[in-house]
Design a protein around this ligand. Sequence first.
Ligand code: ADQ
Length: 407
Amino acid sequence: MSRPKVLSMVLAGGEGKRLMPLTVDRAKPAVPFGGTYRLIDFVLSNLANSGLHRIAVLTQYKSHSLDRHISQTWRMATMLGDFVTPVPAQQRLGPRWYLGSADALYQSMNLVIDADPDYIVVFGADNIYRMDIGQMLTAHIESGLACTVAGLRVPRSEASAFGIIDADASARITSFLEKPADPPGLLDSPEESYASMGNYIFTRSALQTALGEDAANPSSRHDMGGDIVPYFVEREQAQVYDFTHNTVPGTSESDRGYWRDVGTIDAYHHAHMDLVSVRPAFSLYNEEWPIVTNAPQAPGAKFVLRGTAEDSIVSPGCIISGGDVDSSVLSPRVRVDKWANVEHSVLLDRTTVGRNAVVRKAILDKGVVVDDGAEVGVDHEHDRARGFTVSAGGITVVGKNVRVPAT
Ligand code: ADQ
């Protein structure tokens, strides 16, 4: 069989309201993650490592830092030549901003016509995982169906954030409920539900027809999960691809099946803690399936005056000068001064933590300055009174460039 022609389209227009204030002035896929990465690096690395090099990234909301990151990291990446193209909303059909994720695809149909693919891979941009998408493509082609949805089991308590799948023994999807208030449990495991990962493969002609009908339907919300997947389920043309069957070179048994939606502050914080646990639930150190990013031009991290970091990721350019860092992730050029204490926290680029300061279970956005002796995450009432966000799970978030005084 000749190699099928594939076009990948990455949906990168999400606002990420539940990640506020991290998404005040950046699109959700541009949110930094794991020290030196941004969320979009995970899907783009998965596509590139899977040999799928023809990629359009559909951006929209506050896309400036996202566009810059894609051009610096991906468009120029020598391993890919110039395959990754960011497509800003204004380059599409018509003058309007798009209405939903399906409309973003519909308005980008010119890319499909130009590339003339047999199959279209449509993936979200906000998740942390490794996946060989070639295996899902094979399953899609072998099924002969029009639509394949990647799925995995999630705790039922979290399932109302997802599209929930019911499938028969042959993996054909028999029902799909987008973000149901009361998600059904599985027959063999009532406290789990089968969730869509928001990653799809379509046969090109079928997707074009579906998007055309959707665009003409005034009652549609033009949403991939809410409208397009149900369209194919109704026509008995959708199957689920079980993510736990996917194998990626270099991953350990414990890494297998790791997938996190980091759509909330608590989930974002939790996924960082997964990175720094001694046996990480998700390892960034797998060189056989590298996650690619734009490494900063900065010297190695430096530890002076008995500064320490334990169970932590410390990026280039950081200086730990007599402070202690524990179970935390530090982006490039962070400074932690004498007698300061940082624990269970995520510090983004160029934050500084002054002498005797305490930062606990917190996320500090770029450029935050914690003054000498100041505290973050110690007293939640005080945190809220100072205008910081405190999540349901008790994580304090300080927005970009904010100065935290000692009183
Ligand atoms: P959500 O992630 O809540 O659920 P959505 O907000 O549409 O759905 O985001 C999906 C992807 O599309 C993200 O990568 C986002 O950045 C992007 N996006 C959102 N709106 C867009 C737009 N107008 N244009 C371009 N891109 C856009 C989805 C599915 C669920 C599934 C979860 C898994 O709808 O069924 O369970 O993903 O995380």
